[in-house]
Design a binder for this molecule. Sequence first.
Ligand SMILES: [Zn+2]
Ligand SMILES: [Zn+2]
Length: 179
Amino acid sequence: MSCSRGNINRNRPQKHQNRTVFKNNLHDTSKKTKILNNLEVTGVCERCKEIIEWKIKYKKYKTLTAPRKCVGCEQKSVKYAYHVLCSNCASEKKKCAKCCKPVDENTIKKSAEETEDNKYETILKSLPERKRRTLLRYIKKQQDGEEISNSTIEKLLLEIDQISLEDEDDGKDWSSEDD
Ligand SMILES: [Zn+2]
Ligand SMILES: [Zn+2]
């Protein structure tokens, strides 16, 4: 039986932070490699993103020397290698710029935030209504751009968790604020 599930009291850093991965800039510090390593692959579906990132990683990525003709608007407006749709067409048609399969805009945006969100979601679900709302307010504030760091939320989570252990049945002492 695994006990890793629900391990929400964790306050040590992520275990696999320093994974040994293939480094394409180990012996190559060229400007191009640097730029490519910083290139954010956007406008494509998850699968194509992986493919392109793989190409970058293993130096198979070939940048476009000139803009390519877009299969959507037929203008020479494709600026990224391996894309067949220009950014405009891709976002307008909500299609992957590479394979042209329909993509949900949210999936593209989501992928970056997903890990963060999921982390809290499991915890949030296990909380009593009022505590959950308090926490959600913090998360919302953070998303609105207020300066609430992740560590503040993590700390809050820890506190919430401790409170719920001692005071299992309700959240009366936790917050006097109500919506
Ligand atoms: Zn186009
Ligand atoms: Zn695709």
